[in-house]
Design a protein around this ligand. Structure first.
Ligand code: ATP
Length: 243
């Protein structure tokens, strides 16, 4: 990706205690690119997203965003990364089940705290997920799994991220619904938003992604264009639990 990289990690190590979970990780995401992050349970995929969004600090290595260091940011780096355009949808989606769809979306417009989402922004994100428009008054906890994922993505898009990081968006979704969510990711990327996607579903995410990284025990063991990674015989072996 050369100088075009939006996000660049070089030699990043991070974890939760004494033992590092990520070891000397190199990773880039280019503008408008979809990058898949694959690996077995516990490989460290979610930890990569948490390190990028600042939920946990890097122990060593360099993170840069549009050529500027990320690691030098002040405390509350998670809020800072969101302001700079990094949207993080954690596993489990992070929506508020006891609030309505509309109230959840209002919380997404945190660029203007305690304000309702503007009609223009609402229209923009509902354009991606029209079904949510019919359900604005419904409690988010009563949405289907797929609708909840759509709500989480719609809410993240309200802050106009330039990078959207999704952690296992297809988890618990029926295949047809997952496919809809995957198709929507392509549409979002085509609008210029980069996507970093953590997925257990290797096949579907490699079909969608431009490039992929395979993690094993916190290290990158395979990376490249998604079609080359998909064709690599070692992909189905020890690196992933599913082929
Ligand atoms: P999965 O697909 O199961 O979600 P993953 O590849 O996303 O796995 P991580 O969630 O990044 O993996 O976890 C990597 C390692 O870090 C695991 O050994 C996990 O037990 C450990 N870990 C994750 N979160 C924490 C935490 N908050 N405190 C301590 N250890 C953690």
């Amino acid at each position: 990706q050369g100088s075009e990289a939006l996000l660049r990690l070089v030699g990043v190590s991070a974890g939760y205690g004494v033992e590092p979970v990520l070891r000397e990780l190199d990773l880039t995401v280019g503008k408008g690119e979809i990058v898949a992050l694959l690996g077995a349970n516990g490989a460290g995929k979610s930890t990569v997203l948490r390190t990028i969004s600042g939920v946990i600090p890097a122990d060593s290595g360099d993170l840069s965003w549009e050529g500027e260091p990320l690691s030098g940011w002040p405390r509350h780096q998670a809020a800072a990364s969101a302001r700079r355009g990094i949207g993080h949808i954690p596993e489990g989606r992070g929506i508020f089940p006891d609030l309505t769809v509309k109230e959840n979306l209002d919380l997404g417009s945190f660029a203007a705290p305690s304000r309702s989402v503007s009609p223009e922004d609402l229209e923009r994100v509902l354009g991606y997920f029209p079904i949510l428009g019919d359900r604005l008054g419904q409690l988010a906890g009563t949405l289907s799994g797929g609708e909840q994922q759509m709500l989480a993505i719609a809410r993240a898009l309200l802050s106009r991220p330039r990078l959207l990081m999704l952690d296992e968006p297809s988890l618990g979704l029926a295949p047809l619904i997952s496919q809809q969510v995957f198709n929507m990711m392509r549409t979002i990327a085509d609008s210029g938003v980069s996507i970093l996607l953590v997925e257990q579903n290797a096949r579907a995410s490699l079909a969608l992604a431009d490039r992929a990284y395979v993690l094993s025990r916190g290290r990158v063991v395979l990376s490249g264009p998604a079609d080359e990674v998909a064709a690599n015989p070692s992909l189905t072996g020890s690196y992933l639990e599913v082929g």
